[in-house]
Design a binder for this molecule. Structure first.
Ligand code: GMT
Length: 389
């Protein structure tokens, strides 16, 4: 570690580049919050992306944003992002001499960072270390694509440090890529934001009673979330008139409208692109997640942070986040009746729902807080930088 990074009180002041998708699901949120937490601890953070992550105002101390400019040349059928990103990383390195470039997603981010490093070497610029965090989709979906497999494996194996957001994702990566690359598990973290609207005010807005039982789901509605299962559960719950389901959709709900009509659902409210999710989580009674797979499950963690019990599928890394019978219940994928049964159980026993919700919030703050997780990333950065290139 170069001597000039040592600060008397806070230890090393690292210069960290963060490459992420600014607004895609949980990974963008985790990367942005990580940058904010690092900056708060005195490190210098440089975000490199095609857009400023939406949670950044541009006025935060120790945070810089570098935009990747993409040109669409008529000559090429498809615009390319990897090459301008590599050039942007090289440019930032030349100006700021980063210690670490932390990329979220192997492709195209780690690939671009590795390419940038080749250019830096050629240009005799000091080299940063590459830390790659796997969030799931790059393995569970993209690595199964034979057109991408080799580049994903290469980008992971050539990174100086690789982290995965759950043990399940780590194991899946090792098996699928047939690699013995060391992978560190660093879970996601979430810091709850205080609600700015009361439970009553939100319920009034949703046109539901205070006594209604409100289950909440938040996601980008990708097929992997099994939204039809969610709707079928709401269909079974028509027997309990006080049951209501709220979906906070990160994408258009339109494709699911025909099923809503077919099931004649009157107990469903959908809100698209909500920014103040904390107000809705605060006003809910439980979380409902029916995913086919989930490397971690940020929506679940967010729900748990607001003291709500969660019902979710026993899939991927979810059991590492949600403890069966303690924070809520884990059910088989597609077990519509099972989900409805557990919802009924929580509705009939508010004491139980409350206890599970309290446990969920403790689990969220003890295992998945910024306090716990940011330290782990810093340790990996420092270990990685300590080694010679
Ligand atoms: O799930 C998605 O569709 C989005 C994707 C993302 O890039 O945010 O989510 C993945 O990363 C999240 C953050 O680490 C995890 O919480 C999600 O479980 C993971 N999604 C899947 O594995 C399907």
């Amino acid at each position: 570690m170069p001597a000039n990074y040592k600060l008397p009180a806070t230890g090393y002041r690292l210069k960290i580049g963060i490459v992420c998708y600014p607004s895609v699901g949980g990974s963008g949120i985790v990367a942005t919050n990580l940058g904010l937490e690092l900056a708060r601890r005195g490190h210098e953070v440089h975000f490199i992306s095609y857009e400023r992550p939406f949670r950044l105002t541009g006025r935060e101390k120790n945070i810089f944003f570098h935009q990747v400019n993409i040109n669409e040349y008529g000559l090429f059928k498809y615009p390319d992002y990897t090459l301008p990103l590599a050039v942007a990383i090289e440019r930032v390195q030349k100006q700021h001499l980063l210690d670490v470039v932390h990329v979220h997603y192997a492709v195209p981010h780690a690939t671009a960072a590795l390419l940038a490093r080749r250019i830096m070497r050629q240009n005799r610029i000091p080299l940063p270390r590459i830390v790659t965090t796997l969030h799931g989709t790059d393995i569970t979906l993209l690595a199964r694509d034979k057109n991408l497999f080799e580049i994903i494996k290469y980008s992971i194996e050539r990174s100086h440090c690789v982290t995965a957001v759950s043990e399940d994702l780590k194991q899946e990566t090792l098996q699928l890529l047939k690699t013995d690359k060391p992978i560190e598990v660093v879970y996601n973290f979430y810091t709850p934001v205080p609600a700015t609207a009361s439970r009553d005010a939100i319920r009034k807005k949703l046109k539901i009673k205070n006594s209604d039982f409100l289950a909440i789901h938040l996601s980008n509605l990708r097929p992997v979330k099994r939204i039809p299962d969610l709707l079928k559960i709401a269909g079974l719950m028509k027997r309990s008139p006080s049951f209501k389901l709220l979906i906070l959709a990160g994408d258009s709900f339109l494709p699911y409208r025909p099923l809503v009509k077919k099931l004649r659902l009157q107990n469903l409210t959908v809100k698209e692109h909500v920014k103040d999710i904390q107000n809705y989580l605060n006003a809910a009674d439980a979380g409902l997640y029916t995913s086919q797979t989930e490397s971690f499950g940020m929506g679940m963690l967010e729900t748990m942070s607001y003291q709500k019990p969660v019902l979710a599928t026993k899939a991927g890394g979810i059991p590492e986040v949600l403890r069966q019978g303690q924070d809520g219940y884990l059910l088989k994928i597609g077990d519509i009746k099972g989900f409805a049964g557990k919802l009924k159980l929580l509705m009939d026993d508010p004491g139980l729902a409350n206890k599970l919700g309290q446990n969920a919030a403790s689990q969220a703050s003890e295992k998945f807080s910024a306090e716990v997780i940011v330290k782990q990333y810093l340790r990996h950065y420092q270990n990685t930088c300590g080694k010679t290139a």
